[in-house]
Design a protein around this ligand. Structure first.
Ligand code: SAM
Length: 245
């Protein structure tokens, strides 16, 4: 049926493509993708031939109009290079416009590095805030962390390996003492999820410079400990009250 089909693709291990994703990519009339070479390789692996149209959110209005026309006439898939489209990837503008125009939109769920990192990290998963890529400049990175410092939830970021130790140094300064997990090369041969304090991780990754793709998970702020003398004072008050009555 016509409409926009948001299709998640693997984040490394090609076995993570879903049956429904394969069927859909085979059946659509065209696929909008970030990089035709990257998607071309995935399709080749799956034995699928398809019309590919390059798309990102900086694409011209004309490209978007063209894609929406395709989606109105037949099924159009949207994929990104890896993982779930729109999650630190293009697609938001296209989905928004499709919805505004009453074009059917559906999403085929699948891999996403942020979700996988949370599930692996051993850091509380009940509440999290995904904040995409940390800025690459140090001041902006520290400001971004400071803005989130008091959020009572696990924080999740995407990072690149050359910037990892700088990001950890900023985390150590701005969010001191929190547990951090570095989830690296997820679903791939050298997958690892290493956790500790930012200082532990800086020591490790300075000795073993990391390669590949990284998601960072940071534990929520510890609840402020009530100070001892406050408890003593409260007890004395309560006891005094009990005697008086
Ligand atoms: N849309 C993708 C998703 O759903 O995961 C994310 C796209 S974003 C442009 C790419 C970033 O995601 C990488 O720089 C890295 O931070 C993270 N990432 C992607 N694949 C990963 C993997 N296999 N292991 C760890 N992080 C990964």
């Amino acid at each position: 049926a016509p409409g926009l089909y948001i299709v998640a693709t693997p984040i490394g291990n090609l076995g993570d493509i879903t049956l429904r994703a394969v069927e859909t990519l085979r059946g659509v009339s065209a696929i909008a993708c970030e990089d035709t070479r990257v998607t071309g390789k995935l399709l080749h692996h799956l034995g699928i031939k398809q019309r590919l149209v390059r798309y990102d959110d900086h694409a011209s209005e004309e490209t978007r109009e063209y894609l929406l026309r395709l989606a109105g006439e037949g099924p159009l898939a949207l994929v990104s290079d890896a993982g779930t489209p729109l999650i630190s990837d293009p697609g938001f503008k296209l989905v928004r416009m499709a919805r505004e125009r009453g074009i059917a939109v559906t999403s085929l769920p699948g891999a996403s590095a942020a979700i996988m990192a949370i599930t692996l990290s051993g850091i509380p998963s009940d509440r999290f805030l995904f904040a995409g890529f940390l800025p690459s400049k140090d001041k902006a990175r520290r400001d971004a962390l400071a803005e989130l410092a008091s959020v009572p939830a696990t924080l999740v970021f995407y990072e690149t390996s050359p910037r990892l130790t700088d990001a950890l140094a900023a985390i150590d300064d701005v969010l001191p003492g929190r547990e951090v997990a570095v989830a690296r090369e997820l679903t791939k041969k050298f997958e690892e999820c290493r956790s500790g304090t930012a200082q532990d991780l800086i020591a490790h990754y300075t000795a073993h410079p990391p390669k590949g793709e990284i998601a960072l998970v940071i534990a929520p702020p510890l609840p402020a400990e009530p100070e001892d003398h406050d408890i003593d004072a409260m007890l004395r008050e309560a006891l005094a009250g009990a005697k008086a009555s």
